[in-house]
Write a protein that binds this ligand. Structure first.
Ligand SMILES: NC(=O)c1ccc[n+]([C@@H]2O[C@H](COP(=O)([O-])OP(=O)(O)OC[C@H]3O[C@@H](n4cnc5c(N)ncnc54)[C@H](OP(=O)(O)O)[C@@H]3O)[C@@H](O)[C@H]2O)c1
Length: 273
């Protein structure tokens, strides 16, 4: 039986994960901005904390409160987040600052606050929910991709820093999952870009609009995948969720390797003689 801290259990992937953990009798400390999540009765114990990830001061206080409540926490899931769509050219400072606050700085602050507790425990597993946009970005979501790349980078480095003290880190990158992510409640959009962007950003925006409610990924199955990761003796440091994510990540790796090979001589030529 495990104790979890999951951010953003009000809906979507966080709600599905909280439900799956509670169903098997685990304890879940879940954060919400407001209200009570629609969770079915389950054998596990649920504690709710109110936390807006955009509030820098509130994050450390909530995490210390969670450890005070539970004593020890086995799994911390940085799940809460949202997307910003639009051309990089039209994104405002305010839009980008808030996006990075919620999608990167809040998970960073949460981790920084949790680490002394995890070191004292000598165990723990941090799951950072990133995105396929943070591995294989497309047009029209560049700032969101940037925030998720930042969380991927932090995760990869952190995994190496804390492995010797018994703490695991996994960056989980979902493809398109059928949650509220693309709904009017969650997604944010920068103002429309000039017509020059129709072929790239405009096309991507149409694809996102057409995808809402029809995404391939099942949040309940994503939750089962995350349970498998935290139960594994040797958990992965990166996990993709969904066949669409797998395809995009492989395609990008293939392009990267082909480009590295094509420019191999130029790359090597910069070493001191
Ligand atoms: N679904 C996808 O296709 C997809 C793909 C790749 C990555 N992801 C990532 O998966 C994670 C979960 O997204 P989802 O698909 O479950 O979307 P969702 O259905 O929109 O749920 C997002 C969750 O994050 C919470 N949240 C958003 N902003 C917050 C803030 N400022 N403070 C606290 N909580 C906040 C929401 O709370 P409220 O109910 O208060 O809004 C909600 O619980 C996100 O990190 C997202 O970037 C999703």
């Amino acid at each position: 039986m495990k104790t979890w801290l999951i951010t953003g259990v009000s809906r979507g992937l966080g709600l599905a994960l909280a439900q799956a953990a509670l169903a098997r009798g685990d304890t879940v400390i879940g954060t919400v901005r407001a209200g009570t999540p629609d969770l079915a009765a389950a054998p596990g114990a649920l504690h709710l904390l109110t936390l807006d990830m955009a509030d820098a001061q509130a994050v450390p206080a909530a995490i210390d409160q969670a450890f005070a409540l539970a004593g020890a926490i086995d799994v911390i899931v940085n799940n809460a987040g949202y997307g910003l769509l639009g051309a990089i050219e039209t994104a405002t400072d305010e839009e980008v600052a808030r996006l990075f606050e919620v999608d990167f700085f809040a998970p960073f602050r949460l981790i920084r606050t949790a680490l002394p507790h995890l070191r004292a425990q000598g165990r723990g597993h941090i799951i950072n929910v990133t995105s396929i946009a943070g591995r294989a970005p497309g047009a029209g979501s560049g700032l969101y991709a940037a925030a998720k790349f930042a969380l991927e980078g932090l995760s990869a480095s952190l995994a190496q820093e804390v492995a010797p003290i018994g703490v695991h880190v996994t960056a989980v990158a979902p493809g398109a999952f059928r949650t509220d992510f693309l709904s009017g409640h969650s997604i944010r959009k920068s103002s429309a870009a000039a017509g020059d962007y129709d072929a790239s950003v405009g096309k991507a925006a149409q694809a996102f609009d057409g995808m809402a409610g029809r995404q391939l990924g099942d949040p309940a199955r994503a939750a089962e995948a995350i349970l498998a990761v935290v139960d594994a003796e040797t958990p992965p440091r990166q996990l993709l969720l969904g066949s669409d994510a797998l395809r995009r990540a492989r395609e990008r790796l293939d392009v990267q390797i082909a480009e590295m090979d094509a420019w191999d001589a130029v790359t090597r030529a910069t070493d001191h003689a």
